[in-house]
Design a protein around this ligand. Structure first.
Ligand SMILES: Cc1cc2nc3c(=O)[nH]c(=O)nc-3n(C[C@H](O)[C@H](O)[C@H](O)COP(=O)(O)O)c2cc1C
Length: 349
């Protein structure tokens, strides 16, 4: 058994992946409550932290109920990365610092940040060593399988990370040039898990609890990191734990429960950023995810995407439930202009 650098009670720890604009404090809190064992902040620029840029620093805030938490930083200047790590350690004291070697976004890679570092493994090592020297906290890494197909070599990259002092490693088994296309190659997760002495988190293409179990069985990974599969369904972590630990999987929440969770998330978001203009607009994506797959959800989504304040959401949900109940009372099938086949009644079941 490999040892994680922080105490985690689960045999197969489940991580909420770092996701810009999604893995923010309110969503992290919710995912922790629904069974995520560890959460990671979205990636934050080392330069922004070092210069104490207010927008960056504000994203470093987290609550005690989010722990254990890692703060993810990116940058290609070892000294700046070290300074940022020292600042985060002193001021915010998370459980670990995670280094992003996976971000494929042009703005980041053109300065060799994120997956840009993967073109130069000496730089990867220098960054990890500088960060490890600057903090007393464990340092972990998140990598892709390589920069492009020619340079695809996840085992070598991962071994270099381990040699430089990484204490755990998450692999998103795609190259940078793949962005999000094609499939993650889970066999690479298996190979990296085999090759490393430190724990390896498998990442890529987990949409359901069953996918997570399949990844674990097929790769033997030490832990699992879930990103897009958590959208609108933070309970995926509890359900995955059920399956991994041999219990019957708890059912999906009912529509009412789903709405209550979405509303709680919305309240948490407005408490966290009470004065931020555009907070409701940014939250619309979560609302869309929460109602995905519900009968007549196209109409519902249209209304949710038009909200300008989170206060409007409760009324929209109540109206949807009322309409559904009216249809159910009359024993009618609900009209759906979305072309979705299910009836509103079946959603209530
Ligand atoms: C909206 C979004 C934002 C992301 N932001 C980050 C980030 O800040 N740091 C990072 O390491 N990866 C980031 N990723 C990549 C994910 O952590 C993950 O590696 C990728 O989505 C594959 O996992 P999945 O198939 O479970 O979604 C982001 C992904 C998405 C969809």
């Amino acid at each position: 058994m490999k040892r994680f650098p922080i105490p985690i009670p689960a045999a197969v720890p489940l991580y909420l992946a770092p996701m810009a604009g999604v893995s923010e404090s309110p969503f992290r809190r919710l995912c922790r409550r629904f069974g995520a064992d560890v959460v990671v902040t979205e990636f934050l620029s080392a330069e922004g932290i070092r210069r104490e840029n207010q927008a960056t620093i504000s994203k470093l805030r987290f609550g005690p109920d989010e722990r254990p938490i890692g703060v993810q930083i990116f940058g290609s200047e070892p000294a700046a990365m070290g300074e940022a790590a020292a600042f985060v350690t002193d001021v915010f004291a998370p459980e670990f610092i995670d280094i992003n070697f996976g971000c494929p976004v042009k703005k980041v890679v053109k300065r060799n940040g994120g997956s840009g570092c993967l073109k130069d493994l000496n730089l990867v090592e220098d960054v990890i060593r500088a960060v490890s020297r600057a903090t007393s906290l464990p340092v972990t890494c998140k990598i892709r399988s390589g920069w492009n197909e020619e340079m695809r070599d996840p085992v070598t990259i991962a071994l270099r990370c381990q040699d430089a002092g990484a204490r755990a490693l998450a692999l998103h088994a795609r190259t940078r040039t793949q962005m999000y296309t094609g499939s993650a190659r889970w066999e690479e997760i298996a190979a990296v898990t085999q090759a490393l002495d430190i724990p390896v988190l498998g990442n890529g293409d987990i949409r359901t609890p069953q996918d997570a179990v399949r990844m674990w069985r097929e790769t033997g990974c030490d832990g699992i990191m879930i990103a897009r599969g958590s959208f609108g369904q933070p309970w995926i972590f509890d359900q995955t734990h059920d399956l991994l630990e041999g219990r019957p999987m708890r059912p999906e929440p009912s529509v009412e429960e789903r709405f209550a969770i979405a509303l709680e998330h919305a309240h948490m978001a407005s408490d966290y950023e009470p004065d931020r203009p555009g907070a409701a607009i940014e939250f619309r994506k979560h609302l869309g995810w929460y109602v995905k797959g519900l009968p007549a959800s196209a109409e519902l989504r249209k209304k949710l995407y038009a909200v300008t304040s989170l206060g409007e959401v409760e009324g929209i949900f109540a109206e949807y439930l009322e309409q559904r109940d009216r249809y159910a009372e009359r024993g009618e099938r609900a009209g759906s202009d979305s072309g979705e086949p299910e009836s509103l009644e079946s959603a209530a079941a």
